[in-house]
Design a protein around this ligand. Sequence first.
Ligand code: PHE
Ligand code: NA
Length: 457
Amino acid sequence: MNEKRSSVHGEWSSGLIFILAATGSAVGLGNLWRFPYLVGENGGSAFVILYLACILLVGLPIIIGEVTIGRKGRRSPINSLRLIAREEGLNQKWALVGWMGVIAGFLILSFYSVVGGWSLYYGYEALIGGFAGMTSDSAEGMFNGLVSSPSAVLGWHTLFMLIVFGIVASGVKKGLQRAVTLLMPLLFLLLVGLVIYGMTTEGFSDAMTFLATPDFGALDGDTVLAALGQAFFTLSLGMGAIMVYGAYLPQENSIPVSTGWIVGMDTLTALLAGFAIFPIVFTVGLEPGEGPGLVFQTLPIVFGEITFGALLGVVFFVLLSVAAITSGMSLLEPAVAYLSESFGGGRVKAAAIISALIWLLGAACGLSMNAWSGFHLLPGMTIFNTIEFISSNILLPLGGLFVALFVGWKMRTTTVAAELDTHNHHNLFLLWLWVTRIVAPAAVLFIFLNATGLLSF
Ligand code: PHE
Ligand code: NA
């Protein structure tokens, strides 16, 4: 029963390739677009600390659990969960957790593609010299000009979705993985450069105050929920993306070590993005709570000003787009793997059907910022806001909760320990097990209850 399976979809050629692919999934718009704007909207430092606590106490144990399920099952999340449930004598309904993930991936990719389209557009603007002499007013004008134009938003969203579809369908992942190996360190270097630049600006000390003096009194249930949702979103957790990548992880590679790298690099990237963006926010007198436009209304000002800024701007937004594309691929993969396993119609057909549906929903997200902005799905929330809220703050933590319960309480401890290969680290295994059993699920439940106002702490 503990025999090792191999994946029908092929496997990564090494554990390092898994780390690169999974980091490609993790590092994306979540770090450079979503993290800074949430920090700004939620008052800064206290949010950052909560987010880091969620990463450590909830994200880290659950990402280990997800990869464990994936590698044990070696299939799409739906079929891995079903197979393991059968082998472990559990209820087949656990496969529903995989279905919930597919739905969450659907919803996330729809608005993710819209924002991915924004970053493609900014790469284009940089290329034609559009950032030259940019002020905070013209930066705001550029962003508003983009999001208020249905044709621009739809066009760039379509381009983004086509690229993601093309890569997932044609299986050129290998080449892409190799490219990412080169591009990710470059993105990293550029971010470090921007952080150093930020230190020389007059807004730097205000930014430090904002990012480093927590005011926990100002936190409310929604803020805590947003920090939890962002921890899941940024680690690609709770919807099967990391699980399906884990399904292709070679047997001899260590799950705790690989996931440790992924979490570390993702967290570092988000923090660097914050330290790069907020000095500019305060220097140019922008509101931290500007919302989803924050990164797009700050960095172009810098690129319009510094030496080689035109070139660096192109490089930065191309890299941001690449990071978004590698994340978008992983959002599509659980559904594509499932469709091609179940109906055997091939990856291309599976990817085409799913991409078309996601494109449609994404079009609605894009239009909800202009033509349809008066239409509210939840009170005061556009279609875009509603989908972002439900998928990130509810579906992902819920998916993660079920993953924790499944590996922690339902699978046999011997099966889990064998997959994690922890003979020499028995105490660490026990620590992980109990955090996964108790701490992570309790945190998710408390935060949910707290946000509904049923319980406050
Ligand atoms: N983690 C990605 C990012 O931070 C987004 C993502 C979420 C990807 C969920 C896959 C699954 O940009
Ligand atoms: Na991320």
